[in-house]
Design a protein around this ligand. Structure first.
Ligand code: HEC
Ligand code: HEC
Length: 453
């Protein structure tokens, strides 16, 4: 049982831009080593992952008590959004929030492997570039809790187009009332077993039950109780990040082949060679090293077109997703880089990119879910600059056959590593076959947290 934690390379100490080794606040190390997570005195453990799992799945932690993290990050779908084309609460690959009719503008990327990127930073390498963080635009930097995924976990509860609670006090209050069991499914004390009983010392505002049922401004709370609430809110985020970390399984056929436990088919091997060679995929989706993340955690504009089905156009017809550039513009120290980084998105992991409950289920790809199959993605990389631009009257069925639409952001498109790869149809298919070897669960690396299918 303990084996999976020993094997799981936890969040490691991260190199800062200056090359100094810093201990991340969320310094998760194997349970056997018993290293504490900063501020908690607790070791990384299956117990803590189990707590994080229950918080991740808790629908009560949304304004309408109808949405949890796993509503948009489902294990059966590689921790991305479930059933993106058949679920009535999804439009154009974008998921409805707790409040009906509210939509964001991006698709959910995988929440597994999200603990791997370093804290967001400017790196003096190859002329300089931004690296790390969570979200397509990097705005969950990791500056607060020492790991981007932990910072990220504080966002959705309070996002009006996601779980929609008005105040972190509502999250902490509802966690304080929740029944989170131990690993044997017993009792309700897992939160306090992990984090102590300081949560019970908080004096919440009168009538908080009703206040948290409705939207509204942040609650009026005195500084002492506010400080205590924020401490618990950090604990909640760290619990979730530890749970996410426990799903960096590295248990795909690709990993099995690395370990000599399986052999890739001839087609998959050809695909891997193309991935690292002619296809140039590994330039950004790193595939070398012991446990490659299939991303280098950097940012690029690959020229992805708008998704005409994105519900954001109902309310903002001129919406343009500026990605990293949009985030940088909001930070005074980086705003000077915003123009040069406009349109860039964080390179997503390709681990679990094909994972779905059934081969006939449809998955959608890219930050805006514009592409509807892996075949279409590869065709795009291969022929973006070969086919002409689509006329306004072009249909989706024309894409990749007679034309490609213009990029969502014309600026900063990467013209050197993709666009005209000269791949034959067989080579395109080989690349797709290779990506299908990246789905976890090919071999049993670790047991899922209790209660998870
Ligand atoms: C309504 C759907 C929805 C819900 C609910 C939701 N997410 Fe997400 N999640 C998204 C979307 C969309 C993004 C991408 C947003 C962006 O890049 O701006 C995202 C991004 C992420 C990422 C970043 C991954 C990466 O590699 O950058 C993580 C991690 C994550 N979510 C975890 C969570 C957790 C934890 C919760 C619950 C506290 C949660 N999500 C709730 C839709 C959702
Ligand atoms: C220059 C860097 C770069 C190269 C080279 C590259 N990619 Fe990507 N890839 C990205 C970025 C950035 C995204 C996200 C783009 C977006 O959402 O707008 C992405 C997204 C993807 C996605 C969608 C993943 C998802 O979950 O939605 C797939 C699949 C993919 N790439 C496969 C490939 C393959 C196959 C190749 C080689 C033929 C390749 N990539 C080459 C940077 C790159």
């Amino acid at each position: 049982m303990i084996q999976w934690f020993r094997k799981s390379v936890a969040l490691s100490a991260q190199l800062t831009c200056t090359g100094v080794l810093v201990l991340a606040a969320l310094q998760v190390t194997p349970a056997v080593a018993g290293m504490p997570i900063k501020g908690s005195g607790l070791p990384f453990s299956e117990d803590l992952a189990h707590l994080g799992d229950q918080i991740f799945d808790d629908k009560n932690l949304s304004v309408g008590r109808n949405q949890a993290c796993n509503t948009c990050h489902s294990s059966a779908w590689g921790f991305t959004g479930p059933a993106p084309t058949t679920n009535p609460k999804v439009r154009g690959g974008v998921y409805e929030g707790s409040i009906p009719g509210r939509f964001g503008d991006r698709k959910p990327p995988s929440s597994a492997y999200s603990t791997l990127p370093p804290v967001f930073m400017w790196m003096q390498k190859a002329g300089g570039m931004f690296v790390g963080g969570n979200f397509f635009d990097g705005r969950a930097t990791g500056e607060k809790l020492g790991n981007p995924a932990a910072d990220q976990a504080q966002g959705p509860f309070l996002n009006p187009v996601e779980q929609g609670l008005r105040d972190s006090a509502c999250v902490v209050y509802r966690v304080s009332k929740a029944c989170y069991t131990d690993l044997n499914g017993q009792g309700c004390g897992q939160y306090r077993a992990m984090w102590g009983s300081a949560i019970d010392a908080i004096v919440f505002p009168q009538g908080i039950d009703a206040l948290c049922e409705a939207e509204g401004p942040r609650l009026d709370i005195d500084p002492v109780n506010r400080g205590m609430i924020e401490q618990q809110y950090d604990n909640i985020a760290i619990s979730i990040a530890v749970y996410e970390e426990s799903h960096n399984l590295f248990s795909s056929k690709f990993d099995a082949a690395r370990l000599g436990l399986a052999k890739l088919t001839a087609q998959e091997q050809r695909g891997f060679a193309l991935f690292q060679g002619k296809g140039k995929c590994a330039n950004c989706h790193t595939s070398s090293g012991q446990r490659p993340a299939f991303t280098d955690h950097t940012y690029d504009n690959v020229g992805v077109p708008k998704n005409p089905d994105n519900p954001i156009y109902d309310i903002k017809p001129d919406f343009v997703d500026e990605g990293l550039g949009g985030f940088l513009a909001s930070r005074s120290e980086w705003a000077g880089f915003a123009e040069a980084e406009k349109g860039k998105m964080r390179v997503p992991t390709l681990r679990n990119v094909d994972l779905r409950p059934n081969p006939i289920d449809k998955k959608l790809f890219m930050h805006n879910s514009v592409f509807q199959s892996l075949e279409e993605v590869v065709r795009f990389y291969n022929t973006r600059d070969v086919l002409p631009r689509c006329e306004p009257a072009a249909q989706r069925t024309d894409w990749g056959v007679v034309c490609w639409p213009a990029p969502e952001v014309e600026a900063n498109v990467n013209m050197t590593e993709l666009g005209s790869l000269g791949l034959t149809p067989t080579e395109e298919a080989d690349l797709v076959a290779f990506m299908k070897t990246l789905s976890d669960g090919y071999f049993e690396r670790i047991p899922r947290a209790k209660g998870k299918k």
